[in-house]
Design a protein around this ligand. Structure first.
Ligand SMILES: Cc1cc2nc3c(=O)[nH]c(=O)nc-3n(C[C@H](O)[C@H](O)[C@H](O)COP(=O)(O)OP(=O)(O)OC[C@H]3O[C@@H](n4cnc5c(N)ncnc54)[C@H](O)[C@@H]3O)c2cc1C
Ligand SMILES: NC(=O)c1ccc[n+]([C@@H]2O[C@H](COP(=O)([O-])OP(=O)(O)OC[C@H]3O[C@@H](n4cnc5c(N)ncnc54)[C@H](OP(=O)(O)O)[C@@H]3O)[C@@H](O)[C@H]2O)c1
Length: 488
């Protein structure tokens, strides 16, 4: 019987895992190598630490990122600054401020030994029935200097995005940002406000989408619905890509903006950046192909063009790891080790990690199945982005393992208004608290009020509504009559 669980890391995934343990009657102990909660989301001013930059705002909207039984306060903004996220994540109760290895009797007990070192350098050993590893996959930077011949001759300063805190050092400089992921896009935009010129290089190009979607809705609240997900099951990817690219190009043509990637729109996570197209249009950011070589202060690009006096270069990249459904290491005698948070999807990590943690604790308890088969057969991923999953497909799949996947048929017959919400409205995490283990009585209400919480922080001024004014009705009527008359 699993009772004591070690959770390694106190970032969003660790916090979700800590919370999942008591829900299943287990006692978690969290080991965090810093003295802080929040993981990457705690801003650190000092260099050489995995951190975020000062201006970072999360790219998932609040209703699409909150834990499933813990809605974010209605008055919080839809896209939150990192400081607000940290407030929301506070869960200090179980935290202790390593090395994890199997116990000699692992075959019999499935237990683990966690070895820690205290501040005086003394080793301490702790025995646990299970371990959840949530150490994050952006803990160390990827700085592939070998890909940039001549970097040793470079006369300016170069660094990885994990050391970028803000644009203060970029005033009046000529800056090259290497790589157009979400970090590259943000850093290019922010530094272009103070730099003399910014170039942003890309090997493959990127689809760039806006966070503010039609009618001003957060883009994930608009498109991350179960209905859209069903369309994804029915239509071929080429058609879906064609539709997505057509809509996107109607806003700004990706070929015209030199952004168009080789891959289709839905084949890789897009860059979310509302400002980048404008910075390109205004000439303060120039998109270039990949860097071929560096000669002193001159940077040579793949197309043979050059730029002088480069000051900064920034890039980052993901990792590949083979886990059963992105959680359990295969070929292990007892499923008492789980990895939570090594995943990407068009939805925030918090929600994905929470679902993984709920499954992991159910498996530890013996209440959910986990077939430790070859990871290659476990979940389809893209070669371009091995940690990437389709958000709803993955959530539903893991939810099915726990028994919390919402049944559309059951809802249709038992609660039609809720069925409509679950089908047509955003696939928020509350849907996974409607039934099964961990059912939350507040889930239905949270679903019915999710758009109220989207609107609440925007109600900052009473606006003139012409529908209330009789005069306006007459003006509407005259426009309709005039149009009808002109048609005749
Ligand atoms: C600049 C940037 C912006 C991002 N923005 C978003 C976003 O908008 N939306 C999104 O969904 N994702 C975003 N991400 C991805 C990010 O990985 C997740 O948001 C989130 O931080 C992952 O949470 P985590 O708990 O898995 O890992 P982390 O946040 O990295 O936390 C891991 C924790 O484990 C601790 N740790 C590591 N090793 C050990 C050890 N051996 N012993 C004890 N403790 C250990 C670390 O100190 C850390 O506190 C962003 C990433 C970056 C780099
Ligand atoms: N909230 C936010 O707004 C925000 C901000 C920053 C980051 N994030 C998140 O944080 C995570 C990491 O994002 P990220 O942008 O740091 O990393 P990323 O998405 O992995 O992007 C890395 C970029 O660097 C390029 N690159 C990698 N190795 C290279 C090489 N050897 N030579 C040239 N280019 C190279 C890649 O190019 P190719 O594509 O050609 O391989 C890619 O464009 C993502 O989940 C992202 O969504 C979110």
């Amino acid at each position: 019987m699993v009772h004591r669980v070690a959770v390694i890391g106190a970032g969003p995934s660790g916090l979700a895992s800590i919370k999942a343990c008591p829900d299943e009657g287990m006692v978690p102990t969290c080991f965090e190598c810093t003295i802080h909660l929040g993981g990457l989301w705690r801003f650190k001013a000092e260099p050489n630490r995995a951190s975020i930059y000062h201006s970072l705002t999360i790219n998932a909207s609040k209703e699409m990122m909150c834990y499933s039984d813990f809605p974010i306060p209605a008055d919080y903004p839809n896209y939150m600054h990192h400081s607000k996220i940290l407030k929301h994540l506070n869960l200090k109760q179980y935290l202790q401020t390593n090395l994890v290895r199997q116990r000699p009797d692992f075959s019999r007990t499935g237990q683990w030994e966690v070895v820690t070192e205290n501040r005086d350098g003394q080793e301490q050993r702790h025995v646990f029935d299970a371990v959840i590893c949530c150490s994050g996959h952006y803990t160390y930077p990827n700085l592939p200097l070998k890909d940039f011949p001549g970097i040793d001759t470079f006369e300016g300063k170069y660094f990885h995005s994990w050391d970028y805190k803000g644009p203060e050092d970029m005033h009046g400089k000529r800056v090259v940002v290497i790589g157009i992921g979400n970090s590259g896009g943000d850093i290019a935009v922010e530094s272009s406000r103070v730099a003399e010129q910014v170039w942003c290089t890309t090997r493959r190009g990127s689809w760039v989408i806006r966070q503010v979607s039609d009618n001003g809705l957060p883009v994930d609240m608009k498109y991350n619905t179960r209905f859209v997900h069903i369309l994804f099951q029915l239509l071929p990817m080429s058609i879906l890509n064609w539709i997505g690219e057509k809509k996107l190009n109607a806003m700004y043509d990706h070929t015209m903006y030199a952004l168009k990637p080789k891959h289709g729109f839905f084949n890789q996570m897009p860059v979310l950046n509302d400002d980048l197209p404008f910075r390109i249009l205004s000439g303060s950011v120039i998109i270039k192909p990949n860097v071929k070589e560096i000669r002193g202060s001159t940077m040579v690009f793949d197309d043979g063009s050059t730029v002088d006096t480069i000051v900064n270069a920034t890039y980052k990249s993901g990792h590949r790891i083979g886990l059963y459904k992105h959680v359990f290491p295969p070929n292990i005698e007892h499923p008492t080790l789980a990895v939570v948070g090594f995943i990407h999807g068009f939805g925030a990590i918090n929600i994905l990690a929470e679902m993984q943690a709920r499954w992991a604790t159910r498996v530890f308890k013996g209440d959910a199945a986990c077939f430790l088969i070859n990871p290659l057969h476990s979940f389809v991923t893209s070669k371009l982005a091995p940690l990437q999953v389709d958000y709803v497909t993955y959530m539903d799949d893991v939810a099915g393992e726990i028994g919390v996947r919402p049944s559309l048929l059951w809802l249709f017959f038992t609660n039609y208004p809720l069925f409509k919400k679950v089908l047509w409205e955003p696939a928020t995490s509350y849907q996974y608290r409607l039934m099964g283990p961990g059912k939350w009585e507040g889930a239905r209400r949270a679903i019915f009020t999710q758009f109220d919480r989207v609107n609440q922080p925007l109600k900052t001024r009473q606006c003139f509504s012409c529908l209330n004014k009789p005069m306006c009705w007459t003006s509407h009527l005259s426009v309709i009559l005039l149009s009808a008359f002109l048609k005749l």
